[in-house]
Design a protein around this ligand. Structure first.
Ligand code: 3NM
Length: 215
């Protein structure tokens, strides 16, 4: 998969287990892509490795069909085995330099950051993009304090690699996140928990496109 142009992504969709009743991973992610999600991450914190690999391979096939990059959360071995485009790591996961050594120079490596010092360290360390969050309290990542739009403003002023606002973002508060300077948004529950993921993504995209156009 071409790494070129992946940096232009605007709407990052991440998998979760809480799909709307009757929906499943592939169906929801395909709907998300059709609605305008332009990067996808497989995130399943407690899944057995075998199930994770199966999902990663299925998502690889899906995302490749649409030319959308696939990132695997935490599990670098699964990212490699499934032929994903990269991996997303947290502050307590394998260090960035090790992840890079294993995945190679062309892999997309993202890191979660929760303050500007972490963001600048990730940038210096060669991360391809960072997550900035959680902007709002969220049950998807319990136990982590919201960084508020204050950190979004700091990221907008100081971070030069691609960065994506994440955490508790919904259609109702996306405008506030964009007004704080975000140009990329990531959502989990707002997309996967919706009965109509494509429509939700289309609405996020409309807000993102309007913000970038200065509207
Ligand atoms: N990472 P939702 S917040 C996976 O701040 C994740 O690093 C975060 O899920 C971070 O859109 C988060 O459902 C959860 O709030 C995002």
């Amino acid at each position: 998969m071409e790494k070129r142009n992946w940096r232009d992504f605007k709407l990052y969709a991440i998998t979760a287990a809480n799909y709307h009743p009757g929906r499943d991973l592939l169906e929801v992610m395909e709907q998300a892509i059709l609605g305008g999600a332009d990067i996808v991450q497989l995130r399943a914190k407690d899944a057995p490795k075998e199930a994770l690999l199966r999902d990663a391979r299925a998502l690889r096939e899906l995302t490749a069909r649409y030319g959308v990059p696939l990132i695997v959360n935490d599990h670098i071995d699964v990212a490699l085995a499934a032929g994903a485009d990269g991996a997303h790591i947290g502050q307590d996961d394998l260090p960035l330099a090790e992840a890079r050594r294993i995945l190679g120079p062309d892999a997309i490596i993202g890191i979660s950051t929760h303050n500007l010092a972490q963001a600048l360290a990730a940038e210096r360390g060669g991360a391809d993009y960072i997550g900035v969050g959680p902007v709002y309290p969220t049950g998807t990542k319990p136990g982590r304090a919201a960084v508020t739009t204050a950190y979004v403003r700091e990221a907008a002023a100081n971070v030069s690699i691609p960065w994506v606002a994440i955490g508790g973002i919904t259609l109702a508060n996306a405008g506030e996140v964009l007004a704080a300077g975000a140009t990329r948004i990531c959502a989990v529950s707002a997309i996967v928990g919706s009965e109509r993921p494509a429509e939700v993504c289309r609405a996020f995209r409309a807000k993102l496109d309007a913000a970038r156009a200065g509207g």
